[in-house]
Design a protein around this ligand. Structure first.
Ligand code: SAM
Length: 194
């Protein structure tokens, strides 16, 4: 396992990092790595990519990966717009998880939200056909914002999260656990890449 620091000097990045090709789960904005670490332990035959812009968080995740001797993780220090926009090759990702992205609750900051139609168009490029887009948020109006962003796109069909994400439904990220402890709800959305 390595911690790769991707800059925009990269045109494309080999997400398998030279390994044999296998399904890839991308935890975009992995934060403290709860989902990345849990998926790595659960799915030894898949490659788990944990991507975040904060190097300090990634270094902590890296230590846990090493302590747990997880051999199927690669960590990427990268801006998520660069990674999904052009650094990953087409159709390489089996499931893209974007859990509790920064909520930007004030209306004047909504333009900073990650999950827009423009971004989801880019996400469609990196997902393989039949792949899954997995979203969650604690911010009530961000769920409607996400649904509105996906609705006009022909690439994504909404499906029951309980069906296509049953194998990760019990995993709580650090942010989700924090919000649930405060009595908030954290709904999840799932879309199939058509
Ligand atoms: C609210 S936290 C959620 C972390 C984790 N998914 C969870 O649910 O616990 C959002 C994460 O997105 C990362 N992030 C924010 N902007 C980013 C960007 N432009 N590129 C990559 N990561 C970013 C932050 O560093 C942070 O770790």
């Amino acid at each position: 396992m390595s911690l790769h620091i991707l800059t925009n000097a990269y045109r494309t990045f080999d997400p398998w990092c030279g390994r044999p090709r296998c399904p890839i789960e991308l935890d975009l904005g992995c934060g403290k790595g709860g989902l990345t670490l849990a998926m790595a332990a659960r799915f030894p035959d898949r490659l788990i990519l944990g991507a975040d812009v904060m190097l300090g968080r990634l270094r902590r995740v890296q230590r846990r990966v090493q302590q747990r001797a997880l051999g199927n993780v690669e960590l990427l220090r990268v801006d998520n717009l660069d990674l999904v926009g052009y650094q990953l090759p087409d159709g390489c990702i089996s499931r893209l998880h974007i859990l509790c992205p920064d909520p930007w609750p004030k209306a004047r900051h909504h333009g900073r939200r990650l999950v827009t139609s423009d971004f989801l168009g880019k996400a469609a490029r990196v997902l393989r056909p039949g792949g899954v887009l997995h979203l969650s948020t604690d911010e009530a109006d961000y769920i409607a914002f996400m649904q509105a962003a996906a609705a006009p796109l022909p690439y994504f069909r909404p499906v029951e999260a309980a069906t296509v994400l049953a194998d990760v439904a019990d995993i709580r990220t650090e942010f989700e656990a924090q919000w649930l402890a405060q009595g908030k709800s954290v709904p999840h959305l799932a879309y199939l890449r058509q």
